[in-house]
Write a protein that binds this ligand. Structure first.
Ligand code: ADP
Ligand code: MG
Length: 271
């Protein structure tokens, strides 16, 4: 779906923001990206739909080069982006109008537009709220409307750049649930997050550090390398951290514990 070949990028600074990124994201994958502030996650995301062009190397989406202007229109329809601040993304007076906004810009016929809006709002469980105004919604609901606005454009990929960061725990859970559901329906999902516990919800985890792709693999493969993650002071999910500390204190726990209830179960058995 998306391919990066030796991608480098600098924002007129000495330190490059991306260094030699080689990466392939397959159709239908759920990919999560973690890393410190300033490690290059957003810069990486903006290369996926041609918002930024590599200084060197190449990004392609379904084989189309993302540096060529004539491809950008299609690529941006395929790859939708949801950002961090729920309030900056709401552009219309009501939920319905907000989802319609992008479609009007695409020139979709009215009948199809209505069908797509209903379908998209239904996907994020916001159809009932279609006549509400932004101030009547929670942050999580606004983010789901932002997702619906993208879904209505029938994308292949949704990239969420710290979209759960400003949400309360319930809003965050709801948005994660939406991501899971879209993934199950075959949409490629890329979730950029600074919450370590979200790192366990994906097919593949990418760890960015100082502009480089530091580690990648299944979350299990990545968190087995806990000392490597510690070397860059990256937080790991609570259950992984706790199991590791207990292990180092001599508690005989295997290295394949990824869920809180599994850990409780093993400890209970040991006791
Ligand atoms: P992350 O999303 O992981 O926090 P970013 O991709 O935003 O990281 O930033 C990577 C690096 O690029 C940082 O050093 C940051 O300061 C720099 N940077 C990001 N956006 C800009 C910009 N618009 N202009 C100049 N430098 C930027
Ligand atoms: Mg960022």
């Amino acid at each position: 779906m998306i391919s990066f070949k030796q991608v480098c990028f600098s924002y007129e600074q000495e330190q490059p923001a991306l260094i030699g990124i080689d990466l392939t994201i397959e159709a239908g994958e759920f990919v999560t990206i973690i890393g410190h502030n300033g490690s290059g996650k957003s810069t990486l995301a903006k290369h996926m739909n041609g918002l930024l062009q590599p200084s060197s190397g190449r990004v392609s989406v379904q084989g189309l080069c993302a540096s060529e202007k004539e491809n950008l229109w299609r690529i941006r329809q395929w790859i939708g982006m949801v950002f961090q601040n729920p309030d900056n993304q709401f552009v219309a007076p009501t939920v319905l109008d907000d989802v319609a906004f992008g479609l009007e810009n695409l020139g979709v016929a009215r009948k199809e537009m209505i069908e797509r809006i209903e379908w998209a709002l239904d996907q994020v469980e916001m159809w009932e709220y279609r006549d509400r105004q932004p101030h009547q919604l929670s942050g999580g609901q606004k983010q789901r409307v932002a997702v619906a606005g993208i879904l209505a454009m029938k994308p292949k990929v949704i990239v969420l750049d710290e979209s759960t960061a400003m949400l309360d725990p319930i809003g965050r859970q709801e948005l994660l649930e939406t991501m899971r559901k879209l993934h199950q329906e075959g949409i490629t999902v890329v979730n950029i997050t600074h919450y370590p516990d979200e790192a366990l919800i994906c097919d593949r985890l990418l760890v960015m550090n100082k502009g480089e792709l530091f580690l990648q693999g299944t979350p299990q493969d990545v968190f087995k390398q806990i000392s490597k993650l510690r070397s860059i002071q990256l937080d790991v999910p609570f259950v992984v951290e706790l199991a590791d500390r207990l292990r180092r204190k001599g508690v005989p726990l295997s290295v394949d514990i990824w869920k809180t209830d599994e850990l409780v179960e093993r400890l209970w058995n040991l006791l």
